[in-house]
Design a protein around this ligand. Structure first.
Ligand code: MD3
Ligand code: FE
Length: 216
């Protein structure tokens, strides 16, 4: 594992339960943050970040790219996973080994052994970007967990219930925090509040989120 001055290394990450099925592994990814950043840049060199259109015709404030066998896309035709980048027509870049290992290790630590993600969505938030409350339900089998890795500028995550109207809890997420969602938490509504202006030594003005899923 490569380390550099920007990689903070506390003695041990620590786990905080959010609800049944969901756990935050605080700072779980902080020791490999700079390696992850290098890989994000490599993926984005092949499949650049883009702000996609929702089926309703709105431009998302979050810029996205993908790696792995299946990439999540949205356009006028709807939300779906596909094997080609719609911008280039090429297959998505392969999932970097350090991504795959991190997601698998985090899932195992949270009690979900055998997680094999085939999709990684990379979200990039700049000041003012947000993600409204939604469910992740474009995957074939909700029996698989989802692993999400936060990097850079901190954000406030919203974690709701199984109905859109359930009042969400707020969970602050910082650089290196990894959240694993599965079992009874898998279909809960969630979102991200508007990103505030801030600077992070590793990512500058950006927050990145890596979302690992088993799409098929
Ligand atoms: C809670 N991204 O891309 S994943 C997304 O910070 C998305 O960019 C968030 O939500 C972000 O769809 C982080 C967090 C997440 C994913 C799946 C969940 C939370 C979840 C499933 C159930 C409950
Ligand atoms: Fe989501």
């Amino acid at each position: 594992m490569t380390m550099d001055l920007f990689d903070q290394s506390p003695a041990e990450p620590w786990a905080e339960p959010i609800c049944e099925g969901a756990l935050v592994l605080r700072r779980f990814a902080s020791a490999c943050g700079s390696e992850l950043l290098v890989e994000i840049e490599q993926v984005a060199a092949q499949a650049p970040f883009r702000q996609m259109q929702t089926p309703g015709g709105h431009t998302m404030s979050v810029a996205m790219t993908c790696c792995g066998d299946w990439g999540w896309v949205t356009d006028a035709r709807g939300y779906r996973y596909q094997q080609q980048d719609p911008v280039s027509g090429d297959p998505w870049p392969s999932m970097p080994e350090v991504f795959h290992k991190l997601a698998k290790d985090a899932a195992e630590t949270a009690g979900y052994g055998g997680f094999e993600p085939d999709s990684c969505l990379i979200n990039r938030y700049l000041r003012g970007a947000k993600m409204g409350l939604h469910q992740d339900k474009d995957e074939d089998d909700f029996g698989h967990p989802i692993v999400s890795v936060s990097l850079g500028v901190p954000a406030t995550f919203q974690f709701g219930g199984l109905r859109r109207g359930d009042r969400p809890e707020r969970v602050p997420l910082e650089h290196g925090d990894v959240v694993v969602w599965g079992g009874p938490a898998r279909l809960r509504y969630h979102g991200v509040l508007t990103l505030k202006a801030a600077d992070h030594p590793l990512t500058g003005v950006c927050r990145y989120n890596l979302t690992f899923r088993r799409a098929r």
